[in-house]
Design a protein around this ligand. Structure first.
Ligand code: ZN
Length: 382
C-alpha cells in the first residue's frame, strides 16, 4: 500500500514535470504577457521596420514602479510599447499654426525632427492611468534614442530650465528630470500657452532666453522617473502648472493628409466613461488602433470639445470604431479627413452622434436630444 502510494506520487510528479516542460512557453506567455508581447514586438520590428526600438524599452518597468511611484501624482515609467509602427515613413506635417475650423488649434510643431519617430507612444497617451493606481499621465511620450535633439515647438521665452519642475528647488529627484518650459508668444482664448519638455540628459537653453520654433532645447535622456529614453511633452494653458495641461495631440500639427479623432464617451447618467478601451480600424488597410478614454482626474478636457478620447495621426479614410461596454458591443463608422478633427459623442444606452457642439453654444451637447430614428441607425447591440 505504502509503496503504491509512493509510486503514485512519483508518477504524478513525473506527469507534472513533463507538463511544465511541454507547456513552458504557454505558461511563460500567460505569466508575463507584457514581456512576451514585447519580445514579439521586438522581433516584428526587426523584420518590418528594419530598426529596433531603443534597448531600454525592453526593461520591465514594474519593479521601479512599485518602489518609486506608489502614491506619487506623476509617473514617467515607460510602458510596454504599443503596436509598433508599420513604417517609419510619414507624410510631412502641416505647417504650424494649422486650424481648419475656429475650434482647432494645431499651433505646435513636433519637438522631435521629422526623420525620427515623432508621434506619441500608443500605450501611454494623455490621461492614461497606470493600472490599479491613481497615477495620471499629463502629457505624451515620444520614444527616441538618447541624444536625439529636442526642439522648441514654437517661439517663446524659456521660463524653466533644469531640475525641479515639479518639486522645485533644483531637486535632482524631480519626476520630470531635466526639463524645459517655454512660455509662448501667443495665447488661446486669452490664456498664455506653454510647452514642457522633460527627461532630457542635457539642457541647452537658460531661463529668460528667447527661442524660435526649431531652436534646440537639449537632448533626449533618462533623467527623472523614466526607465527608457523618451521625450515627455506637455501643453499647458495659462500657467506653468501640472494641473493646467491639455492633450498635446490636439495641439501638434498632423501629418499632411492625416487627421485626428476626438470623442466623448458618457454613461447614461452623463458621467464620463473612464479607462474605456476603444478600437479604431481603417476599413481599407485593416490597421487597427486602440485608445483609452481618460482617467477621472488631473487631466483637462479641451475648452470646446470636452473630450475624453483623442487619437491623432490617422490617415484620412473610413474607419470602424468599436468597443465593449458593460457586455454590449458598440460600433460606429467614422471618417477621418485631411488636417481635420472628426468628432463623435457616445452615450450609454443611446448611441452615437457625430455633430460637434456649435460655436454659439459650446456645451449644446449637454442638452442633446436624440431621436428614435437616430438611435436605430447608430446603436448596434447584439
Ligand atoms: Zn510622459
Amino acid at each position: 500500500m505504502k509503496s503504491r502510494t509512493l509510486i503514485l506520487i512519483w508518477l504524478i510528479s513525473l506527469v507534472l514535470l513533463s507538463a511544465i516542460f511541454i507547456f513552458k512557453d504557454q505558461i511563460k506567455t500567460e505569466l508575463i504577457p507584457a514581456l512576451s508581447e514585447l519580445t514579439d514586438k521586438m522581433n516584428t520590428d526587426e523584420s518590418t521596420v528594419g530598426q529596433n526600438l531603443p534597448e531600454s524599452i525592453q526593461e520591465n518597468s514594474s519593479s521601479a514602479f512599485d518602489e518609486n511611484f506608489e502614491n506619487q501624482p506623476l509617473n514617467y515609467t515607460l510602458p510596454t510599447p504599443g503596436t509598433p509602427p508599420v513604417s517609419y515613413w510619414r507624410p510631412p506635417l502641416y505647417e504650424a499654426p494649422w486650424a481648419l475650423t475656429p475650434f482647432d488649434h494645431f499651433y505646435f510643431t513636433r519637438p522631435i525632427a521629422a526623420d525620427e519617430v515623432n508621434w506619441p507612444l500608443a500605450d501611454y497617451r494623455y490621461g492614461y492611468f497606470f493600472p490599479g493606481t491613481d497615477i495620471v499621465h499629463t502629457g505624451i511620450d515620444i520614444g527616441a534614442p538618447r541624444g536625439t535633439p529636442v526642439y522648441a515647438s514654437a517661439s517663446g521665452k524659456v521660463v524653466w530650465a533644469g531640475y525641479g519642475l515639479y518639486y522645485g528647488n533644483d531637486d535632482p529627484d524631480d519626476p520630470y528630470g531635466k526639463a524645459v518650459t517655454i512660455a509662448h508668444d501667443f495665447s488661446y482664448n486669452g490664456d498664455r500657452l506653454l510647452t514642457v519638455y522633460a527627461h532630457m540628459d542635457r539642457v541647452d537653453v537658460t531661463v529668460g532666453q528667447e527661442v524660435e520654433a526649431g531652436t534646440q532645447l537639449g537632448i533626449v535622456g533618462l533623467t527623472g522617473f523614466t526607465t527608457g529614453p523618451h521625450l515627455h511633452f506637455e501643453v499647458r494653458l495659462a500657467s506653468n502648472s501640472f494641473f493646467r495641461t491639455r492633450n498635446p495631440e490636439l495641439w501638434l500639427t498632423p501629418p499632411q493628409g492625416w487627421g485626428v479623432l476626438v470623442g466623448q464617451l458618457r454613461k447614461s447618467d452623463y458621467n464620463f466613461i473612464n479607462y474605456q478601451e476603444v478600437y479604431v480600424r481603417n476599413k481599407d488597410t485593416n490597421q487597427t488602433w486602440m485608445v483609452r478614454t481618460y482617467g477621472p482626474s488631473s487631466v483637462n478636457k479641451d475648452d470646446f470639445y470636452q473630450e475624453n478620447l483623442v487619437l491623432s495621426d490617422l490617415p484620412a479614410g473610413d474607419y470602424l470604431l468599436y468597443f465593449d461596454y458593460l457586455d454590449i458591443n458598440y460600433k460606429h463608422e467614422v471618417s477621418i479627413y485631411p488636417g481635420a478633427v472628426s468628432y463623435f459623442t457616445f452615450r450609454e444606452n443611446i448611441g452615437f452622434k457625430d455633430k460637434v457642439p456649435t460655436l454659439e453654444t459650446p456645451d449644446a451637447w449637454n442638452d442633446m436630444i436624440l431621436t428614435d430614428d437616430f438611435l436605430n441607425n447608430n446603436s448596434i447591440k447584439p
